[in-house]
Design a protein around this ligand. Structure first.
Ligand code: PMP
Length: 459
């Protein structure tokens, strides 16, 4: 690779001169310079200064099989030589998207046996919105096009993705959202449950906010509800067990489709192939991306339920939607190999019976008593640590976000990559983490918390 011919300073200079980064304050980035990651292996990433950092975020929630998988590189190489690209428009197809679709139908929750491909989670959610609205139009109910979502949801960064999402800052820059999308409260007990309200009661209350929104719009106008089984980018907000069954019941009662966004939770993170299976949810669509290829290639797959697909086939008429790279042969070849690795190595079973429970236990035991830690929660290999100034009062440091960013910076310096969402620290490690890797991460996070305490309380 030719970057070795360039010094760190040259790379940083070119980055600042030409590269506009995603979700970045460019003034701030130009002042601080970027951290340039040059290689990675297994659970570790390495920067240009040679620092070895445990990747607690699996890239961006995607590198589920870890780094350095020759098999995935070989799958891409072989496919590129044979057929680097052909489209799946105009009654054409290529082998790998077909085989991948068959495989996805095998592992998906029953009733979701069809797949629409894109290259990113955002694209897949755009597809999902267009598809559910198209479905109701085909059913003779074009007015049934409202979608209910939630505050703090993240569904991508395209205009439809941002509109579906419930991120206030993103909406602030939207200057005109996709119409007919409304947002309700998220099932975030740590901040939203009333004093003395049980988890179960809070979960039911949060689910009933969905019903209120449906009734307000009129069920005859509501196409679907969309939600992440566990809200990811919004701060790993894990719903109480009472939430999803009640949402499911409400959707069925009002004939509202249920769209699950499993861009983060799909492909093993929760200890099943999909969180729908972990949580007993029966959705009409599942949006997936990221870990479908473990991030080695950009690829998304919208899994489509038989009800919607049946209508498409039965009623016919062109669905005017698709992307040049829908069903990209190389990305699909990599996905097939990635799913094979996940199965062969028993990674999902490991999350379910070993590392998932162990991560929760280890974080709670080793960090739960720290005076900056308001709550530790986890689900499979997803975890969150709430950073607070006063544990008992659940009071945060001022201004919002400063404390978790401080912990995050110390965590990276002590050798574990984590993210901060407001004042919540989040973890989403590769599924290859073992108990020993979890122990290593806990020790580094504990050190980071101590350093942050000194800075926040005395700095
Ligand atoms: N949905 C969810 C739940 C996500 O977490 C993300 C990305 N973090 C997306 C959609 C968007 O995916 P992408 O960035 O690939 O467009």
């Amino acid at each position: 690779m030719t970057y070795q011919n360039y010094s760190l300073a040259q790379l940083r200079e070119a980055d600042a001169a030409h590269h506009l980064h995603p979700f970045t304050d460019h003034k701030d980035l130009r002042a601080a310079g970027s951290r340039i990651i040059t290689r990675a292996d297994g659970p570790f990433i390495y920067d240009t200064e040679g620092n070895e950092i445990l990747d607690g975020m699996a890239g961006l929630w995607c590198v589920n099989v870890g780094y350095g998988r020759d098999e995935l590189a070989d799958a891409a190489y072989t496919q590129m030589k044979e057929l680097p690209y052909y489209n799946s428009f105009f009654r054409c197809s290529t082998p790998t998207p077909v085989l991948l679709a068959r495989k996805l139908a095998e592992i998906a929750p029953s009733g979701l046996s069809q797949v629409f491909y894109g290259s990113s989670g955002s694209e897949a959610n755009d597809t999902a919105v267009r598809l559910v609205r198209h479905y109701w139009a085909l059913e003779g109910k074009p007015e049934k096009n409202h979608i209910i979502s939630r505050n703090w949801a993240y569904h991508g960064s395209t205009i439809a993705g941002t509109s579906l999402g419930g991120m206030a800052a993103m909406h602030g820059q939207l200057h005109g959202a996709v119409p007919n999308i409304t947002h309700v409260m998220p099932p975030y007990a740590y901040e939203l449950a009333e004093d003395g309200e049980s988890d179960e009661a809070f979960g039911l209350r949060a689910a009933r906010a969905v019903e209120e929104a449906i009734l307000e719009a009129g069920p005859e106008n509501v196409a679907a509800f969309i939600g992440e089984p566990v809200m990811g980018a919004g701060g790993v907000k894990i719903p109480p067990a009472s939430y999803w069954p009640e949402v499911q019941r409400i959707c069925r009662k009002h004939d509202v489709l249920l769209m699950l966004d499993e861009v983060i939770t799909g492909y093993g993170r929760t200890g099943e192939w999909f969180a729908a299976q972990s949580m007993g949810i029966e959705p009409d669509t599942i949006t997936t991306a990221k870990a479908l290829t473990s991030g080695y290639q950009p690829l998304s797959a919208l899994l489509v339920g038989d009800r919607i697909a049946g209508t498409l086939v039965e009623k016919g008429g062109e669905f005017f939607h698709g992307y040049t790279y829908s069903g990209h042969p190389v990305a699909c070849a990599v996905a097939l190999k990635n799913l094979e690795i996940i199965e062969r190595e028993g990674l999902i079973e490991r999350v379910r019976s070993e590392t998932g429970p162990y991560l929760g236990k280890a974080l709670k035991e080793r960090l739960g008593d720290h005076d900056l830690v308001g709550e530790v929660r986890s689900f499979g290999l997803l975890a969150a640590i709430e950073i607070v100034k006063d544990k008992a009062a659940k009071k945060r440091f001022d201004p919002v976000g400063r404390a978790a960013s401080c912990v995050r910076d110390h965590a990276i310096a002590t050798g574990v990559m984590m993210r901060a969402v407001n004042d919540t620290m989040i973890l989403s490690p590769p599924l290859i983490w073992t108990k020993a890797t979890i122990d290593m991460a806990c020790e580094r996070i504990a050190r980071a918390l101590d350093l942050a305490r000194t800075e926040l309380r005395h700095g």
